[in-house]
Design a protein around this ligand. Structure first.
Ligand code: PLP
Length: 395
């Protein structure tokens, strides 16, 4: 058994075989197969883009309709009345999500979006002082993260060329954790990295990198957009300072769904840099005093009113995750992506395709990167034939 904490077990290679009969056998043996009917799928489509936008489920739809109904029936009283009072929605959903990332319920809140939460958390945890003035990130991360981090550096009067340090990739696909650790010098004030790289699907050794940052006294935050709902996490146990993600990819929360953030409990009581009334202590939020009293948990990092109708989808989606069990989702995902890589090796590699994702189970997230020099045209042709991939340009 191999594990980096995020990954689950890596057993001996399952016996894959070519042909549709083998695929049908696998479907019959799949303990999660029944969940397929809970999603809206199109008969003539093969949807392979859940890592960019998860499909709509009947469960999420029902939860949104229930919130809409409360709006119709209760108007403003929906905040404290109705089936699920909206006033507690962000904390309640946070508690439901907590088990997916190994957090305690008050370390997690559903709010903002990936990039907005990054800004809010980095504003708080980037505290340049003395020689420690730089942010460490990586060159393969999602561009939005780099835009945001560069602007955070500028906000403090520095220049990103000097103060935003990007760990280089050796192969253009993956990061070497040793390179990341080596870059944690005495000049680094904060580390922000993705758990899973959005193009290659490499899963970083979050536990190891977090430990290295903490040993050097550097706060570390993780962008979990591509790992939440696909792989188990132990954010609390690993001592991660903060984390943030969206819920519209593997969590199937819907287009533009509200994001989430995690703040380790050792930071409770820290004043959020970007305060707003929704981060106020809930018991006294409506006292409307001008003195900001932060909520005792991660809820303090909320800024304004949550988007209730959209966020409601998560009640349905997270309940489904609880029913299915993330460990089983991860096991199926590793098995399916293993099978996919086998098929690529057998059928596509003679045609010039390559797998860009690390092979080891503990080094990959929930998707497989297929590489080809003519990928733009191939992706377009696949779409025309009803198979929906995601497409990412190699830099
Ligand atoms: C999808 C994704 C984002 C998207 O940011 P939004 O603010 O939700 O638009 C950011 N970072 C990573 C790593 C992502 O995968």
């Amino acid at each position: 058994m191999t594990t980096n904490g995020l990954g689950t077990t890596e057993g001996s290679a399952p016996p894959y075989a070519l042909g549709p009969d083998h695929a049908a056998d696998r479907d019959r043996a799949d303990p999660l197969a029944r969940f397929r009917e809970r999603f809206y799928t199109q008969p003539d489509r093969i949807y392979l883009d859940g890592n960019s936008l998860g499909l709509a489920s009947r469960d999420a739809e029902a939860a949104v309709l229930a919130a809409l109904d409360d709006w119709k029936r209760f108007g403003i009283d929906g905040w404290l009345g109705g089936e699920r009072p909206w006033f507690y929605l962000a904390e309640e959903l946070g508690a439901l999500e907590a088990e997916l990332v190994g957090a305690s319920p008050d370390e997690l809140v559903v709010t903002g979006s990936t990039t907005v939460n990054l800004h809010s958390l980095v504003s708080t945890f980037y505290r340049p002082s003395g020689a420690r003035t730089r942010i460490l990130a990586d060159e393969l991360t999602f561009p939005s993260d780099v835009y945001a981090l560069a602007s955070q550096v500028r906000l403090r009067g520095y220049h990103p060329d000097e103060h935003l340090v990007l760990v280089r990739s050796r192969d253009g696909r993956t990061l070497d954790e040793s390179d990341v650790v080596e870059a944690m010098t005495d000049e680094i004030a904060l580390v922000v990295l993705p758990t899973v790289l959005y193009r290659s699907g490499q899963l970083l050794d979050v536990e190891r990198v977090t430990r290295a940052a903490r040993e050097r006294g550097i706060p570390i935050g993780w962008d979990c957009a591509h790992s939440v709902g696909a792989v188990p996490h132990r954010l609390h146990e690993w001592g991660v300072d903060f984390a943030f993600w969206c819920t519209y990819k593997y969590l199937n929360g819907g287009p533009g769904a509200v994001g989430s953030l995690f703040v380790h409990e050792r930071h409770f009581g820290t004043m959020p840099a970007l305060a707003g009334w929704w981060g106020h202590h809930k018991d006294r939020q409506f006292d409307m005093t001008l003195d900001f009293e932060p909520a005792p948990g991660a809820g303090a990092w909320q800024i304004g009113t949550p988007p209730v109708l959209g966020a409601a989808a998560l009640y349905g989606s997270l309940a489904m995750f609880r029913e299915a069990g993330l460990e089983r989702v991860r096991a199926k995902s590793l098995d399916q992506t293993g099978y996919l890589m086998y098929l690529i090796d057998e059928l596509l590699s003679p045609l010039g395709f390559a797998v860009g994702t690390p092979r080891e189970a503990w080094r990959r997230g929930g998707h497989v990167a297929l590489e080809h020099p003519d990928a733009v045209r191939i992706a377009r042709a696949l779409k025309q034939r009803g198979a929906i991939p995601d497409f990412g340009r190699q830099t």
